[in-house]
Design a protein around this ligand. Structure first.
Ligand SMILES: Nc1ncnc2c1ncn2[C@@H]1O[C@H](COP(=O)(O)OP(=O)(O)OP(=O)(O)O)[C@@H](O)[C@H]1O
Length: 259
């Protein structure tokens, strides 16, 4: 199967501190991954490496078949959509939702190019896909937090990325908005032409069945990786969190609590 991302013996050191240690990780086409790790475990550092914002101290990284070091990372970034909370702060919130979506095509914060009818239709169709077409025509700032997240995912999809990174996408959402967003993500991931999704979360119950693989990072190292159904189990999670955990399965999702 086609390799989408490969990290081989990747280490990243900053000021004598080893932030990532010997990471080996392969993402293949058709997989969607959940990335799990406590605060400061190294998730963002891995994403920064994949986006070519930083370089590994040791090891090799290849993305979409291109080995980093011998490729223009700015070109690679066009194929990677990254939705994170820091993006929200940088957008022009008076803009209409569809213009925010369309701006994803030009990888710009505001819209400086002339919008074509085709782009408007593409934005409408993506908003429809994310279940937020009713927001078309509204100004972005009047949207709720959950609605904004859907707009930002549609924006990332506007550039037809091969990889989509959803970084703590449900932060600040109430439980209904969260479930609505998760349902939209699930639907997106189920599409045959979906980008490969990397879903970063602190919440195990957000790992829907479509995230068929999970990478667990602890203190800069891979703690475990593989099929989510094998990893999201009581024993693995208890040793990962270094505390006894109990797991209940509901709607094919694992809900954890402390006994
Ligand atoms: N430029 C840097 N210089 C020194 N330390 C850094 C630097 N960047 C990251 N770190 C440290 O590396 C560790 C991993 O950080 P990282 O942001 O990757 O974690 P994370 O898993 O994304 O955490 P969170 O869930 O809180 O976002 C942290 O201890 C952080 O303080």
């Amino acid at each position: 199967m086609e390799t989408v991302i490969r990290l081989e013996q990747v280490s990243y050191r900053r000021e004598q501190i080893e932030i990532l240690k010997n990471i080996n990780w392969t993402v293949r086409k058709g997989e969607h991954w959940a990335l799990l790790g406590l605060n400061g475990s190294g998730k963002t550092t891995i994403l920064d490496l994949i986006n070519g914002y930083i370089w590994p101290t040791l090891g090799k990284i290849s993305v979409l078949g291109e080995l980093y070091g011998s490729v223009d990372v700015r070109e690679m970034r066009k194929q990677i959509g990254w939705v994170s909370s820091s993006l929200q702060e940088r957008l022009h919130s008076n803009d209409k939702t569809q213009n925010i979506v369309i701006s994803g095509k030009h990888a710009s914060i505001g819209l400086y190019e002339k919008i074509t009818e085709q782009e408007v239709e593409q934005a409408r169709s993506l908003m429809n896909q994310l279940g937020c077409s009713h927001l078309f025509g509204r100004s972005y700032q009047t949207c709720s937090q959950g609605e904004k997240q859907k707009i930002l995912i549609a924006r990332a999809l506007m550039a037809a990325p091969k990889i989509l990174i959803l970084d703590e996408a449900t932060n600040g959402l109430d439980f209904l908005s969260r479930e609505s967003l998760l349902a939209s993500i699930q639907q997106l991931a189920e599409q045959p032409d979906s980008p490969t999704i990397l879903y970063v979360t602190h919440h195990i119950e957000e790992i829907m069945p479509v995230f068929n693989q999970t990478l667990m990072i602890r203190r800069g190292e891979v703690f475990r990786q593989g099929p989510s159904t094998e990893i999201l189990m009581k024993d693995t999670l208890s040793s990962f969190f270094e505390t006894p955990i109990q797991v209940q399965r509901l709607n094919n999702r694992a809900w954890i609590s402390i006994p």
